[in-house]
Design a protein around this ligand. Structure first.
Ligand code: NAP
Length: 355
């Protein structure tokens, strides 16, 4: 089987490697990875591979990592009761041709990978959903699903938390990396609420695109943050850029009601130049923790239904402007990864890869 590997201590170094096909024992199944999306989110998995254990999902040779991706796979072989060969599933995958799993909690909706090495990792990443029972799934929108679904889930939870905490209407909500898919999905949902004012913070090269989306009330480039009107505000930080964070906190100071640290799309400037921050300490937003909370409140099925209901209007809207860049084979995976890593992907484009 083939794998796309990234050097853990130098994310620009990457290679394709081969290994023997794993033996499938009793209770196990072999998935054949079909296709997946690649965005800045996957780069963030690599950036925090060590710190947040993202490298531990799909082990790799010493010093190398397999960057997790979201996509579709097919059960190629199965020695697990209730898991039929040919079943198509959506879930968290390695950028490899195959993945051996140990299905548990098997049912019509799919299964959970109970492999021992994953047991200590967040459970939100372990579920493989059978496409024919999945309320999200539509065969004609698989590309959009691979790209946007994991991000949308986060965005749904951000929108939900801001509303739940009374922050959505407490002055403008400022969102950095406003051109990112995660920001766009959050802004799409927030913009549908009454009384929400959205400010999209972005780089000059992406300002026209952000403006054209029509979901932010205002588009402001990073350089112009210090000209924003002072007053109560909430910051949703998807760039993770230390200098941008410093600019927002300096401008709003104690009037900043909340500073939500969501992402690190500006991975090379993550935390850099932040210095002493006026205002509230940034709070890390980790989607799997919020999934646990809302699953307790609404039940896991209740959460899935709410997310699926919100998903369809968003995916229809996004499908109207998002252009996918298809790629096939591991050389295409490597080229796409380097494009995303270096921030060379135009925000209206996104890579979808088949291996
Ligand atoms: N905490 C959580 O649970 C969670 C969950 C999902 C996603 N996230 C995070 O949200 C972030 C966005 O992910 P995404 O997949 O939505 O991103 P994306 O759509 O691929 O984002 C693209 C945008 O990010 C900025 N960017 C990307 N690479 C860059 C680079 N190398 N240098 C400078 N700017 C760069 C640019 O925006 P601007 O020019 O507008 O800055 C670019 O238009 C990621 O860090 C991801 O990990 C966090």
């Amino acid at each position: 089987m083939s794998h796309f590997l990234v050097r853990r201590d130098d994310l620009r170094e990457c290679r394709v490697a081969e290994s023997d096909m794993p033996e499938i024992g009793s209770g196990q199944a072999l998935l054949r990875v079909d296709s997946f999306g690649l965005t800045a989110n996957n780069v963030t998995y690599a950036v925090f591979g060590e710190a947040m254990s993202y490298w531990d999902f799909f082990p790799a040779p010493e010093g190398w990592g397999r960057v997790p991706v979201w996509g579709f796979a097919e059960v190629a072989r199965s020695e697990a009761a209730g898991v039929e060969p040919g079943t198509r599933v959506y879930g968290y995958l390695p950028p490899s041709s195959h993945l051996a799993v140990t299905p548990v909690d098997v049912g019509g909706a799919g299964f959970v990978d109970g492999s021992p090495h994953r047991a200590a990792l967040p459970s939100a990443y372990h579920r493989y959903l059978a496409t024919d029972a999945d309320p999200f799934h539509r065969p004609d929108t698989e590309q959009i699903q691979m790209l946007l679904r994991p991000l949308f889930f986060t965005s749904f939870l951000i929108d939900d938390q801001l509303d739940d905490d009374g922050l959505a209407t407490r002055g403008p909500v400022l969102i950095s990396s406003a051109s990112s898919k995660t920001a766009i999905a959050a802004a799409f949902m927030l913009s549908r609420r009454d009384g929400v004012e959205l400010v999209g913070l972005t780089s000059p090269r992406n300002a026209g695109f952000v403006e054209g989306l029509g979901i932010y009330d205002r588009t402001v480039t990073y350089e112009a943050i210090e000209a924003l009107e002072r007053g109560p505000a909430t910051y949703v930080d998807i760039a993770g850029d230390g200098a941008v964070r410093h600019a927002v906190h300096s401008r709003f100071g104690d009037e900043l009601a909340h500073s939500m640290a969501v992402g690190a799309s500006h991975w090379e400037d993550f935390g850099a130049g932040e210095g002493d921050l006026p205002g509230p300490a940034p709070t890390f937003f980790f989607a799997p923790d919020r999934v646990v909370k809302r699953s307790e409140d609404w039940g896991r099925a209740g959460l899935e239904v709410r997310v699926a209901e919100a998903w369809h209007p968003f995916s229809e809207w996004a499908g109207g402007w998002l252009e996918t860049i298809p790629g096939s084979g591991f050389d295409a995976v490597r080229a796409a990864y380097l494009d995303v890593l270096e921030g060379r992907v135009d925000p209206k484009h996104a890579h979808v890869l088949t291996v």
